[in-house]
Write a protein that binds this ligand. Structure first.
Ligand SMILES: Cc1cc2nc3c(=O)[nH]c(=O)nc-3n(C[C@H](O)[C@H](O)[C@H](O)COP(=O)(O)OP(=O)(O)OC[C@H]3O[C@@H](n4cnc5c(N)ncnc54)[C@H](O)[C@@H]3O)c2cc1C
Length: 441
């Protein structure tokens, strides 16, 4: 009977399923279980809309797990751990909501969930106005992720402001109708819409055009359907990469002479007598009738605050490792992003890592293993309990427990996390004073 073709087919299918379970699913479940432990241990929360799971409806079919566009190499934001579907990697979730669409039983809804009660999440009206009249919140800061949504927010908020200001009469001289803070997708869309609406506006960005998009890895596909941009219309017809999108935005800013100020940080916003907002930046002061906050929730990269940090060889993200070959590179930091950068760059460069602790702390297991192997092979050097004290043109000065050291250097990557914009939001009154400073891990 065992040589009957039907029995053979059934046995082959069973064997394949068992192999799949032991070789693929089990290791991934272990990996997911460790990711969930780390998430709980560090109290990591999602940054914006994310899946809410109703375990009573969940069949554990994993359709949601693999439907996520962020799923790669067996892991995504969602995974089944100990017989329960969980959000194991909250920061990997960017709110696509494909999981909700893929779920056959309606066990998943994508929304703000527990973030609704998070004091660091600004309360906003349906018109995106915060609890401070005249201050509007758009994009990821309002809990709505994705480029497409940020673009829609930017257009909608300017339509609201234009209608309101039309009723309020002309602006006092030298005051802007609207001052936009942040030039990620939300702030850019608002700037283009403000130009289209003929408003007096200014948009201020502390870094480069594009916000979070400019820090994506090289050639990442960012849009798979067309979106309509103010002034430009339906320009994005096919799959759009990060580079295409940034080029479209840069051309638009140039062509329409969009009033942007780059590398200028908004430091404070105060409402003064007469209802105008007085805005102080790192370079100037402005007055505006309304403020649009499009600052995201990811925060500003932390800096070292040492002499020489302003040199162009110092950067705060690794976008494309292929741009570095045969260089002397210092990575500052000991978290996952610092170690990932150190490992990938060590293939073709001379890499040193400066870390202030005496050992690595809560690294992703893959990175912990990778860096231990790299140290053993002498593929890179790690200076524990060290601090950068100055950055020169061709060298970096370190304070180490053995005393001062100077390392020959071509590039420095400072990967020591970010400062979320909570203090800034509290000073504006957009979030309450008790809102915690805690940054996502
Ligand atoms: C790794 C990753 C991959 C993603 N992939 C996709 C994807 O494929 N498709 C997609 O649709 N979405 C994706 N997203 C989500 C998307 O990037 C965000 O939803 C979107 O960028 C939010 O836009 P935003 O304009 O609200 O904020 P951001 O893009 O975060 O821009 C905020 C800007 O405000 C500036 N800023 C902050 N504070 C100040 C200040 N005080 N003064 C001046 N400027 C300030 C910042 O420098 C920044 O440029 C991804 C996110 C991440 C992290």
């Amino acid at each position: 009977m065992l040589d009957h073709p039907f029995v053979i087919i059934v046995l082959v299918v069973l064997a394949t399923l068992l192999l799949q379970h032991f070789i693929v699913a089990r290791p991934h479940e272990k990996q997911a279980s460790r990711a969930l432990e780390r998430t709980i241990e560090r109290g990591v929360k999602p940054l914006s809309r994310h899946p809410q799971i109703d375990p009573t409806k969940c069949l554990l079919c994993r359709a949601c797990v693999t439907a996520c566009p962020e799923f790669a190499d067996g892991m995504g934001p969602l995974a089944v751990v100990d017989g329960r579907l969980s959000l194991v990697n909250p920061l990997q979730c960017v709110g696509h909501a494909e999981c909700e669409a893929a779920c056959p039983t309606g066990a998943i809804t994508v929304g703000l969930g527990e973030l609704e009660n998070d004091p660091t999440m600004p309360r906003i009206t349906a018109e995106n106005e915060s609890i401070v009249p005249g201050v509007f919140v758009i994009g990821e800061l309002g809990g709505v992720p994705l480029i497409r949504n940020a673009i829609a927010h930017g257009k909608a908020v300017i339509a609201t402001i234009a209608a309101r200001l039309a009723d309020a009469g002309p602006a006092p001289p030298e005051a802007h109708d609207v001052l936009i803070v942040g030039l990620g997708p939300a702030g850019l869309s608002a700037s283009l819409a403000a130009q289209e609406a003929g408003l007096r506006y200014i948009a201020i960005e502390q870094g480069a055009l594009g916000g979070t998009v400019s820090n994506y890895p090289r050639q990442k596909v960012v849009l798979t359907r067309s979106v309509e941009l103010p002034l430009l219309g339906d320009v994005l017809e096919h799959e759009v990469s990060k580079e295409n999108l940034l080029a479209i935005w840069s051309r638009a800013v140039e062509q329409w002479k969009i009033r942007v100020r780059l590398r200028e940080r908004v430091e404070s916003v105060r409402r003064q007598e007469g209802g105008l907002f007085h805005v102080k930046t790192s370079k100037a002061r402005y007055r505006a009738r309304t403020i649009v906050l499009a600052v995201g929730r990811r925060g500003t990269p932390r800096k070292l605050g040492v002499p020489g940090e302003e040199r162009t060889k110092v950067t705060y993200a690794l976008i494309d490792p292929r741009n570095f070959q045969g260089k002397k590179i210092l990575i500052v930091g000991g978290g996952d992003s610092a170690i990932e950068a150190a490992l990938v760059l060590s293939h073709e460069n001379e890499v040193s890592v400066s870390y202030r602790r005496d050992s690595f702390f809560r690294l992703h297991e893959r990175n912990a293993r990778g860096i231990a192997e790299a140290i053993a092979r002498k593929a890179l050097a790690v200076h524990f309990e060290s601090e950068v004290t100055a950055i020169g043109e061709r060298e970096v000065a370190l304070r180490t427990k053995e005393g001062a050291r100077s390392l020959p250097n071509d590039y420095v990557f400072v990967l020591i996390g970010g400062e979320p914009p909570f203090a800034f939001l509290r000073s504006l009154g957009v979030i309450p004073d008790e809102a915690s400073e805690a940054a996502p891990a």
